[in-house]
Design a protein around this ligand. Structure first.
Ligand SMILES: Nc1ncnc2c1ncn2[C@@H]1O[C@H](COP(=O)(O)OP(=O)(O)OP(=O)(O)O)[C@@H](O)[C@H]1O
Length: 261
């Protein structure tokens, strides 16, 4: 299994944000994580990408146990995640964001960057080439010199993708890639996600836009109140009683919370 999460739990004091959750992501798939607000989706991503340590459970990526590894080590092993667009530097250019962001999030040579050693200059050139390549991929090479503050929300989403892709990942975790953009732009971002899998990437995404998820995802995992309540194909999920119940906001009996398709 490409990514295998077993019995993952995260507690914040008395609150259980994730409770004994399992997940299997197949190579080359688009796997969506959905669920109402506060279901524990972002926490789940934080645990997989190493931004928070789990309370218990294991995460195995390509056969290696990566549980509790720091984010830069997990990125080195091939897992990248996107951040909300609020993580971008508004005054810096698109290109600088991709370059700086990549370094800050994946490399330890921060002081090299400050003092501009020879190694740093060589790495900067490589980093520049890489940044242009990923900007090309996400369709923004013409905006390389534009400050983030001057581009649209949809373009910022593409920059967030570029940041993740610059780490040359095999698995990309996208946190609400289409939040705050209109429907035409959502279609464009969905096409870009499809293009990622055509290039051999595996994608795991959190998203609230159901139409997008239903047409894009190979499999869907549904979380509610920290627990996995369903897993299956889009068709199976659409007709799943526990999912319908969770989305209608009625809450559900304890007994149905661990039900799977
Ligand atoms: N660092 C933290 N400290 C304490 N509680 C937290 C922390 N992070 C998340 N939580 C809580 O854990 C629960 C799950 O939050 P999380 O952000 O993972 O949900 P979500 O499904 O991503 O929600 P949304 O769709 O609204 O983004 C919430 O009750 C939240 O308040």
């Amino acid at each position: 299994m490409f990514l295998k999460v077993e019995q993952l739990t995260k507690r914040f004091g008395g609150l259980t944000a994730n409770h004994n959750n399992d997940l299997e992501v197949h190579k080359g798939h688009i796997h969506a994580i959905i669920g109402p607000n506060g279901a524990g989706k972002t926490t789940f991503f934080n645990l997989i990408s190493g931004f928070q340590p789990p309370t218990s459970g294991t995460i195995t990526f390509k056969g290696t146990d990566i549980t509790g590894m720091p984010p830069n080590k997990i990125a080195e092993r091939g897992i990248a995640r996107t951040f909300q667009t609020t993580h971008l530097f508004e005054k810096a250019t698109v290109l600088d964001n991709v370059m700086i962001g990549n370094r800050l999030r994946t490399q330890s040579g921060f002081w090299d960057a400050i003092f501009r050693t020879r190694r740093e200059r060589r790495e900067e050139k490589e980093s520049l080439n890489k940044a242009y390549k990923v900007l090309e991929f996400v369709g923004l090479p013409h905006l390389a010199d534009e400050p983030i503050a001057g581009i649209t929300q949809e373009q910022k989403k593409r920059v967030a993708f570029a940041l993740a892709l610059a780490t040359e990942p095999e698995l990309v975790l996208l946190d609400e890639p289409a939040a705050g953009v209109n429907s035409g732009e959502t279609d464009g971002l969905a096409a870009l996600i499809k293009k990622m899998t055509k290039r051999g990437l595996t994608v795991c995404l959190i998203e609230h836009k159901m139409a997008m998820i239903m047409s894009l995802a190979d499999r869907i995992t549904v979380l509610n109140q920290g627990e996995r309540i369903a897993e299956g194909t889009p068709k199976e999920i659409q007709n799943h009683p526990a999912v319908i119940e969770a989305y209608l906001g009625g809450g559900q009996p304890e007994s149905s919370r661990t039900e799977t398709v």
